[in-house]
Design a protein around this ligand. Structure first.
Ligand SMILES: NC(=O)C1=CN([C@@H]2O[C@H](COP(=O)(O)OP(=O)(O)OC[C@H]3O[C@@H](n4cnc5c(N)ncnc54)[C@H](O)[C@@H]3O)[C@@H](O)[C@H]2O)C=CC1
Ligand SMILES: CCCCCC(=O)/C=C/C=C\C/C=C\C/C=C\CCCC(=O)O
Length: 265
């Protein structure tokens, strides 16, 4: 069903990005994999070439926190594949100690990728049938106490996605932009919460994080990939946030007006 479509997935050398790459390939798309980890990325490309054929994927090394690298690689991808229909901003880290790096990758990287993709999709593809998926988190909808900056970046991704999707609709770009909000997923990212060099001043909250993981239970990348595919196919949604938990996937109902409690001044 995605034959003839070209997808780009950032952070695709492992974890969720790798699972998204697999499901895109299984459904007929070509995939440009983008990651800062070129060793893992190239190894994966060799494996995918065997599994799906050599013309289906290509790995590109780039750091999404670098304007120059992201822009250069985007142009390389267009040169190789001619066009892009699906763009997934997935690359992310959980580093409260180096929190500015977390903002640069998780939020600025998503804004950068969305603007590059929008610019191409609205001009080159005539604004038809294109979709951007921004990977946020359940921590984009509620507080994750041991990772306040991570929480802020993911709330930022949800807010940015809701606003830019309306801008796209009002401007007639023909590009849908949605957010994916998984709960805890079994990937290497989860290891960050036990590493003091990643949690920094919140290392004392390790047991609170563990209790949240136990409450939500770890989900598998394949389950999130199915929700990702659903967001690509569901042409009725724009500006949506799709939550993925162990019990299933569900769209968030955002209130038209926020609930408030008046105070007297
Ligand atoms: N694992 C989880 O529990 C959840 C993860 N997420 C989000 O899903 C996304 C993917 O995370 P996972 O697959 O779990 O992590 P992961 O650590 O398994 O994979 C992340 C990939 O992103 C790449 N990456 C990191 N920084 C990069 C950069 N500056 N430029 C390009 N690539 C970069 C890494 O090399 C790695 O291949 C992230 O945005 C994360 O916040 C959301 C909810 C839950
Ligand atoms: C270091 C760990 C990496 C974190 C990966 C991640 O993004 C996982 C987040 C999962 C849950 C976030 C925790 C709390 C969110 C709080 C409330 C959300 C709303 C509650 C609900 O709808 O059930």
């Amino acid at each position: 069903m995605l034959k003839g479509k070209v997808a780009v997935v950032s952070g695709s050398a492992q974890g969720l990005g790798k699972a998204f790459t697999h499901i895109l390939l299984e459904n007929g798309a070509q995939v440009a994999m983008l990651d800062v980890n070129h060793v893992m990325g190239q190894e994966l490309q060799v494996q995918l070439n065997h599994q799906y054929g050599s013309d289906r994927t290509q790995f590109f090394k780039a750091d999404v926190s670098s304007d120059q690298q992201f822009t250069d690689v985007f142009q390389e991808i267009i040169s190789k594949f001619g066009h892009i229909n699906i763009f997934c901003n997935n690359a992310g880290i959980a580093d409260e100690k180096n929190w500015e790096k977390t903002v640069s990758i998780n939020l600025s990287g998503v804004v950068r990728g969305t603007y590059l993709a929008l610019d191409h999709m609205k001009k080159e593809n005539g604004g038809n049938g294109c979709v951007i998926i921004n990977v946020a988190s359940l921590a984009g909808l509620g507080p994750f106490p041991s990772a306040p900056v991570y929480t802020a970046t993911k709330h930022g991704v949800v807010g940015f996605t809701r606003a830019i999707s309306m801008a796209s609709q009002v401007s007639g770009y023909g590009v849908r932009i949605n957010a994916l909000c998984p709960s805890f997923v079994r990937t290497t990212l989860i290891d960050s919460f036990k590493q003091e060099d990643k949690t920094g001043q919140f290392y004392n909250l390790v047991s609170l994080t563990q209790s949240l993981i136990d409450k939500f239970t770890l989900i598998e990348v394949e389950q999130v990939a199915k929700a990702f595919l659903h967001l690509i196919k569901d042409e009725s949604v724009n500006g949506a946030a799709l939550v993925v938990k162990s019990e299933g996937a569900a769209y968030v109902t955002f209130p038209k007006e926020v609930e408030t409690t008046p105070i007297s001044l």
